[in-house]
Design a protein around this ligand. Structure first.
Ligand SMILES: Cc1cc2nc3c(=O)[nH]c(=O)nc-3n(C[C@H](O)[C@H](O)[C@H](O)COP(=O)(O)OP(=O)(O)OC[C@H]3O[C@@H](n4cnc5c(N)ncnc54)[C@H](O)[C@@H]3O)c2cc1C
Length: 455
């Protein structure tokens, strides 16, 4: 245990940590969190990875951090978006990236509820999170729409006496089968178009998960298996916000918290890999030439570039988080239903997640190169786990392919062109294609359209 703690303390010099973004209370919280990571979380990371064990003990060890933005009178820490990014980064760097990702989804679920919490939500979930160590998660991705997780085609709800019957088919859910409550999205009862979405919360007893099916390259403890909520009765208390509020909830709650949190996870993994490379290369000597590995300029270049790139992402991360803090009284203001505050920064959050996920994939490769064959082995360095965990960044929705296209398309064609729910007609494409039709083909096509219109 002592060895693990010493290892965690060494690594990149703290002068490279952007402490200037934080006040004294936050710096103190970060110090406490590093201790929790060293004492309770990091020692379990390797075994959780080898056996795909859900990091329940590690999450519980986080104590008040489970209610990071919740009011202090509920056991929370009354903290901010900036601190959320830093907490996730710290857990991924000094503790365990799987635990960090489960924590991101937990805070995402807690904050999605808090965005429009009723007295029922407050008593049943929010006030119990810290004292009872309740773990929540987000279940959005749909088996039929892949990484377009905002488009829940396979899920739906109908009105019944006294409430609703709700079905959620989720292709992935971090903490699936282990969480105490699930925040999830379906199409609305009576929905007319896919932008008409509704958010719900249910307890573990209503969700069927298949924990054993999670066997992945990295983040092996985070248990992101499929989930089914099969035609379950939900009372109106279980609505999170109003029927039809889902798109706003995505923009104002789930997306900002997921993007700011997961970006912290990717930067934390990058920093953890840099720490390991620094420790290893400063200790290992080549006796023939009398040099340590860190004495080679190639290693110095690689480490220097990794620090610069990672700190560029962190500076962006904390700046965007501060912008969200500024419009929400440091994450404490209760917004009006439908009000935009964090949502106004989505284009910045897309850029941030892209940059953080791109950076970690590159940095873990380069830091592995610096540690040579020693890093390629599981033990003793464990850098290969950071490499595997970091690779999740690019493929987690919104994937980096989708994000760079969002940014480019918005810049070139405007926000409406994103067409999340496949509703905006591309008249240019239709005109271009129909002009290729013969007169007879046009008549056939027109007849088909008229028949569809009649239906
Ligand atoms: C570790 C992990 C944890 C997860 N946890 C959760 C969770 O807790 N909750 C949850 O709801 N989901 C979760 N997910 C799911 C995640 O958000 C994505 O839905 C999932 O990774 C998509 O995988 P897929 O195979 O369906 O990809 P696909 O959508 O089939 O994508 C395949 C390829 O096509 C590309 N692509 C897709 N759409 C476009 C487009 N429009 N333009 C250009 N390229 C495109 C993708 O970028 C990718 O390269 C998790 C995923 C992982 C890996």
């Amino acid at each position: 245990m002592a060895k693990v703690a010493d290892e965690a303390k060494s690594g990149l010099d703290p002068l490279f940590d952007p402490e200037f973004f934080f006040d004294d209370e936050q710096r103190d919280l970060r110090r406490q969190l590093i201790e929790i990571c060293e004492r309770d979380i990091r020692p379990l990371a390797d075994a959780n990875d080898r056996t795909s064990t859900f990091p329940r003990k590690s999450l519980e060890a986080l104590g008040p951090f489970l209610g990071l933005l919740l009011p202090k009178e509920w056991g929370g820490l009354g903290q901010s978006h900036t601190m959320f990014g830093s907490v996730v980064e710290t857990i991924a760097r000094y503790g365990d990236a799987s635990c960090a990702m489960c924590y991101v989804m937990h805070i995402g679920a807690v904050e999605a509820i808090r965005l429009c919490a009723t007295p029922f939500h407050i008593e049943t979930y929010l006030k119990r999170v810290v004292p009872e160590r309740l773990i929540g998660t987000l279940s959005y991705s749909d088996p039929e729409t892949g990484s377009h997780f905002w488009y829940p085609i396979a899920s739906g709800a109908t009105r019944v006496d006294g409430g609703f019957k709700v079905t959620k088919k989720a292709s992935w859910a971090t903490s699936g089968g282990f969480a105490d409550f699930y925040v999830f999205q379906t199409t609305s009862p009576d929905f007319k178009a896919y932008s008409d979405l509704t958010v719900w919360v249910c307890d573990a007893k209503d969700a069927e998960a298949k924990p054993g099916e999670w066997d992945a390259l990295g983040l092996r403890g985070n248990q992101s298996g499929s989930l089914l909520i099969d035609d379950k009765f939900m009372s109106s208390d279980q609505l999170v916000g109003r029927v039809g509020d889902g798109a706003w909830s995505n923009d104002e709650g789930v997306d900002p918290f997921f993007l700011i949190g997961s970006s912290g996870c990717w930067s934390g993994i990058a920093l953890g890999a840099i720490d390991i490379a620094i420790r290893h290369t400063t200790r290992k000597t080549h006796k023939d030439v009398g040099l340590r590995v860190c004495d080679y300029p190639t290693i110095q270049d690689a480490v220097g570039e990794a620090i610069i790139d990672t700190n560029m992402v962190r500076a962006m991360h904390y700046s965007v988080a501060k912008a969200m803090d500024n419009v929400t009284d440091n994450g404490q203001r209760t917004l009006e239903l439908g009000e935009y505050a964090r949502g106004d920064y989505l284009p910045w959050l897309w850029q941030l997640k892209f940059a953080a996920a791109k950076n970690v994939a590159h940095v873990v490769d380069k830091m592995l190169h610096c540690t040579g064959g020693s890093g390629f082995k599981r033990e003793p360095l464990q850098i290969e786990r950071y490499l595997r965990d970091g690779k999740a960044g690019w493929v987690m929705g919104p994937t980096n392919e989708v994000l760079r296209q969002f940014v480019g398309k918005t810049a070139l064609l405007g926000m409406d062109s994103l067409d999340y729910w496949n509703q905006v007609v591309n008249w240019r494409a239709i005109t271009n294609e129909t002009k290729k039709l013969t007169a007879e083909e046009k008549r056939e096509f027109a007849a088909r359209l008229l028949a569809e219109a009649e239906e």
